[in-house]
Design a protein around this ligand. Structure first.
Ligand SMILES: NC(=O)c1ccc[n+]([C@@H]2O[C@H](COP(=O)([O-])OP(=O)(O)OC[C@H]3O[C@@H](n4cnc5c(N)ncnc54)[C@H](OP(=O)(O)O)[C@@H]3O)[C@@H](O)[C@H]2O)c1
Length: 153
């Protein structure tokens, strides 16, 4: 986490960030495993609790708190849009954000990749690599036949 730019890191296996008097402007629960009530208590007045993963109960409680309280709860589900991926690619190439890749699997091993990811302990992301098929592209170019667009790594 420090290598990604965090100034202060709390190891959740050793310390519960909701215990003690420290309060926060923003709590972003990226894995959806923190207690909702405890997180709300650790939020400053006017603070925002962002939910990466949420259920119906959190959604309803969050809505009521946001309407009637002085704290806000928000969350969203990412849409898989090409323009968003291009924006991310540009930010990565500009060095403005980084990513952590835990493991890479070829497309043929996608079942194994899912099994690993579903254990819930991946560090960052699991990537699927797709080989660029030069021979298919050359063949299509030389005989003028149409083919599926080649996949890219
Ligand atoms: N809103 C959206 O659009 C969206 C999109 C994708 C996913 N999600 C949701 O995001 C959540 C996370 O999914 P994911 O696949 O990225 O991650 P994941 O595989 O569920 O999370 C794994 C990581 O979380 C750490 N972790 C587990 N409990 C933690 C805790 N209490 N505090 C801090 N870290 C903890 C694990 O560390 P250890 O190995 O040490 O346990 C591991 O590094 C899921 O609930 C998923 O539904 C939402």
């Amino acid at each position: 986490m420090r290598s990604l730019g965090a100034d202060h890191v709390v190891d959740y296996t050793k310390e519960d960030f909701t215990e003690g008097d420290q309060t926060y402007d923003v709590i972003f629960d990226t894995v959806g495993k923190s207690s909702f009530s405890a997180s709300m208590r650790s939020l400053k007045q006017g603070g925002v609790h962002v939910l990466g993963g949420f259920g119906l109960s959190q959604l309803v409680r969050g809505l009521l708190i946001s309407i009637f309280g002085k704290k806000k709860v928000t969350g969203w589900v990412a849409r898989e849009r090409k323009q968003d991926l291009i924006s991310l690619k540009n930010l990565i190439e500009a060095g403005r954000i980084g990513s952590v890749i835990d493991r890479r699997y070829p497309l043929e091993s996608i079942v194994e990749a899912h099994r690993y990811a579903e254990q819930g302990h991946k560090k960052g992301n699991v990537a699927i690599t797709i080989e660029h098929d030069d021979s298919a592209q050359q063949h299509a170019a030389s005989d003028g036949s149409s083919s599926e667009p080649p996949s890219r790594r």
